[in-house]
Design a protein around this ligand. Structure first.
Ligand SMILES: Cc1cc2nc3c(=O)[nH]c(=O)nc-3n(C[C@H](O)[C@H](O)[C@H](O)COP(=O)(O)O)c2cc1C
Length: 407
């Protein structure tokens, strides 16, 4: 079992070794300086645990539900649009999620059609951006419903930031002769990745099949992106309208402020994901785990709350649950697993997270994830950085145990 790895860090190392530079850098990087991307992981490292040592539970219940879907443990696949890392892309991820009993989030910019992904995992949520026209959005909603999607995710947090200090990856408009010549050096340096595509008899798909207009073929990724960035930005009324068009569960992803969380409740969301798009929105926004407690306190009894950004370990899942999340969504962790070893690599990552969570629940003296709470974590005094200024109306998290910083 040499393909097996024992940490998400190792999956990342293998992804770096296997993928062409542009593909790998698109997976890891955030916008501008990457401050928020870094803070998403740094913030988890700042949180401590308060473990018990005796009277621990022999068995632990890890299962839960999110938006009506059973999860064998409180993790869901977050939608991501860059899955050229592997020929099976979203279908492999969906299969892995189904094999491990968790829900799948499918990006609007996915490389596989929703019908194939739902067939691979019936617990698939379709993720939309506000794009095109109301007619196009309705068409995509009907298609998602027909395909059997169990819910919608509307992603709100993208400010079309162009500046990337690390140099944005070069994504060709189409794989024509010029693009092949330009990309050849970095692709040839990664023969295993190339061989995988050669064996599959396909090449990285640069279209967005789920954004096809009625009766038309799938647009290229670039045409789809352009359509999105030129669409007038949605108002809260638009969001409430979209929500009314869909009967099932509806998540708003990208909430990072209490006032927006309250508006999400007013718009009729079933769930929110506290998120900053993995650091791909406004650089400098605080880690999502920092703002989670205030949002839980404000709307936790009115809407299901998930969080995403920086989850790399099962203990991170335990910390998020202790601070009030019902479940977490993961992004880069499973993309690295996919790059490292396809479907089995994603299963491997899910197994690592599950084992780490189980271990944390054991050490914290619980028999179920549902009893994790603020007293299980040690939170530094300035952890909720976003909320320190007076007069902003942000409540201080209740029940969170603060410790004075050392030194
Ligand atoms: C390469 C990449 C592509 C992404 N594409 C999408 C997308 O198409 N739709 C979306 O809602 N979020 C997208 N996201 C954000 C993720 O869903 C998720 O919020 C983020 O990755 C969580 O942070 P993590 O990667 O640290 O786990 C993307 C993230 C990455 C890294």
């Amino acid at each position: 079992m040499t393909d097996w790895f024992e940490s998400v860090a190792e999956a990342q190392r293998r992804a770096r070794k296997r993928l062409p530079r542009s593909v790998y850098s698109a997976l890891v990087a955030g916008s501008e300086e990457g401050l928020t991307t870094r803070d998403n992981t740094d913030a988890f490292a700042e949180l401590g645990f308060a473990p018990h040592v005796a009277g621990l539970s022999d068995t632990r219940g890890l299962s839960t539900t999110l938006m009506g879907q059973p999860l064998s443990f409180p993790v869901m696949i977050s939608p991501t649009g860059v899955q050229a890392v592997h020929p099976d892309g979203e279908v492999a991820v969906a299969r892995a999620a189904a094999a491990r009993g968790v829900s799948m989030g499918l990006s609007l910019f996915a490389s596989k059609p929703i019908e194939e992904v739902v067939a691979a995992n019936p617990q698939t949520f379709f993720q939309l951006h506000w794009v095109g026209s109301r007619e196009l959005l309705l068409h995509m909603l009907y298609r998602a419903e027909e395909a059997g999607a169990v819910g919608l995710i509307l992603t709100m947090d993208w400010s079309f930031s162009e500046g990337r200090d690390w140099g944005s990856p070069v994504i060709p408009e189409r794989l024509d002769a010029r693009a092949i010549v330009r990309l050849a050096p970095e692709v040839l340096a990664r023969p295993r990745w190339l061989a995988q595509w050669a064996r599959s008899g396909t090449y990285p798909d640069l279209t967005a099949p789920n954004l096809a207009e009625p009766g038309k073929s799938a647009p290229t990724f670039f045409a789809a992106y352009q359509e999105w960035t030129s669409t007038p930005l949605p108002t809260w009324e638009d969001i409430a309208w979209l929500r009314e068009q869909w009967d099932g569960p509806f998540m708003l992803k990208g909430i990072s402020r209490v006032d927006d969380a309250l508006r999400a409740v007013d718009a009729g969301a079933t769930a929110i994901s506290v998120s900053n798009h993995g650091g791909n929105n406004l650089d400098g926004a605080p880690a999502s785990i920092r703002v989670l407690p205030t949002i839980v306190e404000a709307v936790g009894d009115q809407v299901e709350i998930a969080v995403d950004g920086g989850i790399r370990r099962g203990s991170d899942v335990a910390k998020a649950l202790a601070l009030g999340a019902r479940a977490v969504l993961i992004g880069r962790a499973y993309l690295w697993g996919l790059a490292a070893n396809g479907q089995a690599g994603v299963e491997n990552v899910l197994d690592i997270l599950r084992a780490g969570l189980d271990s944390a629940v054991l050490g914290l003296g619980h028999s179920s994830v549902h009893t994790l709470g603020p007293s299980d974590v040690v939170v530094p005094v300035d952890f909720a950085r976003a909320n320190q200024l007076p007069g902003l109306g942000y409540p201080t998290p209740i029940g969170v145990r603060y410790t004075e910083p050392r030194g």
